[in-house]
Write a protein that binds this ligand. Structure first.
Ligand code: NAP
Length: 295
């Protein structure tokens, strides 16, 4: 069997086109959705993520501004910057690019973003709403993107066994909550695996839907996958590749060559979950502007 590819680039492009229409309608009513991106330091990965996000905003008419701050910025100064953005009506959404330098506790910064402007859905108030099954607040972008990939690919999680590998509060844990919600497009029975899981393959082999967000290449290989399963690879890992001009390439957490011979549907890296994460950032910005416009 050769798996059908779930094309994240195409699905994200459709979503962005829908969002562009919504931005146009809001702008016609005098509300231009605005996103403030805060970047501390000059980590090349973070710089390129923030640049890509700003470009994606511009493409669909979202106003965005990136605030680049030095790596040694004191915590209080960063908190003051966020407080100013919370009060700035031009911005409906605030993105704090992670990771932050070690002298700044990420949780303190994420907690300081006004929940209504929390574009990543990582404020405890928003994560709490997610846990209560409320879907009208900002939902963390990557798990939301995975749910959208499933929905648009005709994969209904209802009654299925979904296995999520990875329990971060950014990806795995909110995804397990979303998949197990008592709601249309969810209602799966969920197993959440991590490094304390005794026999990972015993769980992954029973998955109808397998989502891997471990951050380690080769975490899931062909013999760990049930034939016909849907496999979503969230991992983005840089590995050395002398054949590339830049000296590296991106790979996921799944052994694509082997697993694509067993799975029924599969995402690629790049071109799978990554484009969805950015599209969901735009969706959360537009949603925040819509809520603000409604007063
Ligand atoms: P993270 O915070 O490092 O969490 C990784 C999780 O995977 C942890 O819960 C860890 O378990 C678990 N894990 C690691 N190795 C494992 C193994 N061999 N078996 C079972 N569980 C294992 O990472 P993250 O932020 O969730 O990100 C995960 C991956 O997704 C990374 O590659 C990241 O770059 C990528 N990512 C991609 C996007 C995108 O847009 N495509 C967005 C976000 C993240 P413990 O809790 O026990 O340590």
């Amino acid at each position: 069997m050769t798996a059908a590819i779930i094309d994240g680039r195409a699905i994200a492009a459709d979503l962005r086109a829908d969002l562009a229409g919504e931005v146009g309608e809001l702008s016609a009513r005098g509300v231009t959705p605005g996103l403030a991106a805060v970047l501390v330091g000059d980590d090349p990965g973070s710089v390129s993520y923030v640049t890509a996000k700003a470009e994606a905003c511009a493409e669909i008419g979202i106003f965005s501004e990136t605030f680049r701050l030095p790596a040694d910025i004191p915590r209080e100064a960063l908190l003051e910057r966020i407080a100013a953005l919370n009060a700035d009506d031009r911005f409906h959404a605030i993105l704090q690019q992670l990771p932050l330098p070690p002298h700044i506790d990420e949780r303190v910064i994420l907690d300081s973003i006004a929940p209504a402007k929390d574009v990543d859905g990582l404020h405890p108030a928003n994560l709490g709403r997610l846990l209560r099954g409320e879907s009208d607040g900002p939902i963390p972008c990557t798990p939301h993107g995975v749910m959208h990939l499933l929905a648009t690919s005709g994969v209904d999680p209802a009654g299925k066994h979904a296995v999520v590998v990875g329990r971060s509060s950014l990806v795995g844990r909110p995804l397990a909550v979303l998949l197990s919600n008592k709601a249309a497009g969810a209602n799966a029975t969920v197993t959440l695996c991590h490094t304390g899981t005794a026999d990972l393959a015993a769980h992954t082999r029973t998955a109808d839907i397998l989502v891997v967000a471990a951050g380690r290449p080769g975490t899931v290989t062909a013999e760990m996958v049930k034939p016909g399963a849907t496999v979503i690879d969230v991992g983005t890992n840089r590995i050395d590749d002398a054949s590339r001009k830049r000296g590296w390439r991106l790979v996921g957490d799944v052994d694509y060559a082997g697993v694509s011979e067993v799975a029924g549907r599969i995402t690629r890296v790049p071109g799978g979950v990554g484009p969805m994460t950015i599209a969901m950032l735009l969706a959360n910005t537009v949603r925040a502007a819509r809520v603000a416009a409604a007063g």
